[in-house]
Design a binder for this molecule. Sequence first.
Ligand SMILES: Cc1cc2nc3c(=O)[nH]c(=O)nc-3n(C[C@H](O)[C@H](O)[C@H](O)COP(=O)(O)OP(=O)(O)OC[C@H]3O[C@@H](n4cnc5c(N)ncnc54)[C@H](O)[C@@H]3O)c2cc1C
Length: 454
Amino acid sequence: MTMVDELREQVRGAVIAPDDEGYEQARRVYNAMIERRPALVVRCANAGDVVAAVRFAGEHDLDLAVRGGAHSVPGFGTCDGGVVIDLSGMRGVRVDPANRTARAEGGATWGDFNAATHAFGLATTGGIVSTTGVSGLTLGGGIGYLSRGCGLSCDNLVSADVVTADGRFLVASEQEHPDLFWALRGGGGNFGVVTSLEFRLHPIRDIYGGPIFFELQDGRDVLRFYRDFIADAPEELGAFPAFQIAPPLPFIPEDRHGDTFIGIVACWAGPLEQGERAVEPIRQVAPVVAELVGPMPYPAINSAFDALVPPGLQHYWKANFVTELTDQIIEAHLAHGPKVPAVNSTMHIYPINGACHQVEPDATAFAYRDANFATVIAGMWPDPADNQANTEWVHAYYDATAPYSEEGGYINFMGGDDQDRIRANYRGNYERLVAVKRLYDPGNLFHLNQNVKP
Ligand SMILES: Cc1cc2nc3c(=O)[nH]c(=O)nc-3n(C[C@H](O)[C@H](O)[C@H](O)COP(=O)(O)OP(=O)(O)OC[C@H]3O[C@@H](n4cnc5c(N)ncnc54)[C@H](O)[C@@H]3O)c2cc1C
């Protein structure tokens, strides 16, 4: 019996090797720029399968990649010649409406999560696209429409089930393995495979919001207004500016399809009847070219941009935390944002003030609790022939904004070439993360990530 057959006997899910049907699909991740060929993809059916796959990789000294929603832009969810733990078969979400909590399996997406909790008029902070994985996003921190009011996704984590490098199954919470629980909240996939996560929920059912497009010539006014407005806007309001080429959608005048705009996407999660008043100041900044603002279910805004980012695009991203949107950084945005190269590409400035600031910098691994913004320059385009030109756009934009930004960037938005910024990203929390890493993964089995070295 081969060692692969042995693994097949141990697991309930499929073990997919290069000669197996479905391998070409199974080896791929969301970013089509990533071309890797693992020896095995283990499509786990339960936590027991995860234990078996982790032990298998450890015993055979194989590289191990862990994949939830597969959205990692650097392609951390696959590898060459090693084992991939693919959690996409574990997507169940159980809501406990009485306690206002929900438990998601390790492969659930935000679409899965929001659909389940919305049925009970509940939600928590998640990403802005429904196909992103709950686990990967939460372990890195988790920024979304609800961050200003509800905190980061990781701030809403109550507990997690974790399979560690030695194949143990642990529960991490404030009460059990609190060091591990601390590290999981911002420390990424460094500490084990999370097979399920339990979240605190908030009474949010419908929101008022959507995108508002302005002419590029009003960009300076829009960004300066945004800086001042978001500093003390009510915390129920999430809103981020973006540079965006207009997609061919009915709410945008047909003769403007393909033109580049600056926009603000708003999401008011307070009492619905107050939504129009909360968003109105944004509309008043400059003449509105197009907007699709109104009441909608929270899962609708979470999937509003899905069509712009289908799987199979080329991706290259860079990121920074920003304390102040100074006039200088606004000028850098105005110089590079309008050159956004494809309808899929964008630049977003997410606000992380409000509730995110109410957590002490050392209370979780996520250290930048005084930064007001997390910026992402998200290069995304369909044609590999554009890789060089579009990667250069990201680089030039990043280089222009970096001098006015913090040294660290949000690890979930950072590139694969940002490993040398990991220490800066965790600031004073770095040494403690290393200590936790030494305890739970001294051999660095979980190294295909923004890696904290033991
Ligand atoms: C289109 C798009 C939109 C995005 N929007 C947002 C957003 O609004 N807010 C935001 O904060 N981020 C956003 N991100 C970034 C996102 O948080 C990261 O890409 C994140 O890593 C995605 O998690 P995933 O599970 O989908 O990815 P995967 O590629 O499956 O996982 C990424 C890494 O996370 C770790 N990981 C994943 N699952 C587990 C697990 N169960 N146990 C242990 N480790 C695990 C592993 O190290 C893995 O390599 C977005 C990304 C994309 C591509």
